[in-house]
Design a protein around this ligand. Structure first.
Ligand SMILES: [Zn+2]
Length: 253
């Protein structure tokens, strides 16, 4: 049974009657555009930032024992400088936890696509605003599927929590290695930001992505053990990243 409500919880699924054959990630493919729209809407309506850095988020969380899933909306709130920031991802996750939904299956965040602004927060030049190092990234489980999306641009990226942690570790070791050469370049006034490679899957063909995801996961069970969840999350990210051309090719095959 699925019902939607105009509250902080925008979706509630009772899957207790599904036995152990319920996959929260398939919901992401069914409802992707709706959930992204919800993250954008909460950002537009409620996010507060004294410097105009607005973010909205949706957390899909489950309580597996009870067979309950919910999608919770959150927004960032930093009304004036010097105040500890509250991230949208943390807000939506907190609401899920206070509703007894401990497992974080999906995090969707809608924010800026201004690469300079993103670099200012995350020390990386990426097409979308990914969850920050602290406090957001530690909240992500390895098997959490993270979808970061433009607030106004139809552009998104997908990662698992584990993948994003690896990217950040790589970033930090690169920074360490590049420290001296960068300092020298800066001293010479030669620092130029690197262009951002955009591999944008576009907001197209969610049903085809779902088919691809199902094909990739037919051999997997529905278990809640880490191995199965990680495999499913990686398959979901793969299907989310597929380009429109790849999806068309797969359909023709
Ligand atoms: Zn954050």
């Amino acid at each position: 049974m699925i019902r939607t409500r105009p509250t902080r919880k925008i979706l509630e699924v009772d899957f207790s009657s599904y036995g152990d054959k319920f996959d929260p990630l398939s919901l992401l493919f069914d409802l992707g555009p709706f959930l992204i729209g919800a993250a954008r809407a909460i950002r537009r309506k409620e996010a507060v930032s004294y410097r105009g850095f607005l973010v909205g988020a949706v957390a899909i969380s489950t309580n597996e024992l009870a067979g309950e899933l919910g999608a919770y909306i959150g927004f960032n709130y930093t009304p004036y400088g010097g105040m500890p920031k509250r991230c949208a991802e943390v807000h939506s996750r907190g609401r899920a936890i206070s509703d007894g939904r401990n497992r974080l299956d999906v995090c969707i965040a809608a924010g800026t696509t201004n690469v300079d602004d993103i670099e200012g927060v995350n020390y990386e030049r990426t097409p979308t605003l990914r969850p920050c190092d602290n406090p957001c990234l530690p909240l992500m489980e390895d098997a959490t599927v993270i979808v970061s999306v433009g607030a106004n641009d139809d552009i998104y990226e997908a990662h698992t929590g584990e993948q994003l942690r690896e990217i950040r570790q790589q970033r930090d070791s690169n920074a360490l290695l590049g420290q001296y050469s960068r300092k020298r370049k800066q001293a010479e006034g030669a620092y130029t930001p690197q262009p951002v490679p955009v591999c944008d899957p576009g907001f197209v063909d969610w049903p085809a992505r779902k088919t691809l995801y199902e094909e990739l996961t037919t051999h997997l069970g529905y278990g809640s053990d880490c191995g199965t969840r990680n495999d499913r999350a990686e398959a979901a990210v793969f299907a989310l990243r597929a380009s429109g051309a790849e999806l068309t090719e797969l359909r023709a095959a």
